[in-house]
Design a binder for this molecule. Sequence first.
Ligand code: ZN
Length: 298
Amino acid sequence: MPQISIILSMYSLRKHLLWVFAFVSLTFTMKAQTSWLETLGIDFDFDVPKPVVTYKDLIGVGSARHMSGNICVLYLFVGTETSQWSQDEIEATAQKLYAAEDWLKAEALRYGKKVEFHNYSIKRQLTDNNIPSDPFKPDAVNYPKTVLRRFGYNSNRELHNILLRKTNCQQFLVLIFPRIAGRCYASAVNRNMARNGSGRTLPECCMLYQISNDTGRELQVGRIAHEMLHLFGAWDFYAVNADDKERSDRAAELYPTSIMLRSYGDIAQRSIDPLTAWLTGLSRKEQEWYKELMPPQQ
Ligand SMILES: [Zn+2]
């Protein structure tokens, strides 16, 4: 009789560094590939985000539409046979996630929006020797789906509704932490997918590698916040290709502290700029130059 343990971690903002962990241990007879979500009544038929069609298509669609209200975060750990997460590392990474969420909450509040993150994780890590490390390789696009399937999320779009019902969240997202070097990326639902129905209830997902293969740095709090903001519709302000310098320079001039321009270093020095606030639903104030700062398609 297999046993699946779920860590339900709910973060309280009222007290500094006070974490309430409720350990829920479910023991049940499993059919092949039964997931713990199915024990909550979830029939999960997963459909994977395609690469971004246009950045504008990310605004206001998907499972993470705007940065307000109750947001459910499902975070999962993936290692390889030779690179396994230790419990201490898992805990330290979870603390980074919570710090990123704290920062997002405080920034949202500057725009008058209240956000609460409700964190859920699965205690065991997945072992996979074929974790992709480059978001532009074809297997990377499908990888969040692969991970969710391997964790037992074998069918369905009702995940959204179930989570709404069970967790009192209006939105949710999935964060995957692979214990390898790689280039972090976000798989966000776009408007086209939402229109054809596939993206309406799809969990949006980030891959957050332990080590950046661009810089060799360990995953930083700012990077987690940056990728999460992408799921809510944020654009990159750094140059995304060789022809993108002019746009990036303009963004740097207008929003020098934006986390979408630079995500490393002390997160206390970064901010959610007014355009990112507009894209992520924190602000309604639109400026005519916003469209000029839209990144080119990659
Ligand atoms: Zn980015």
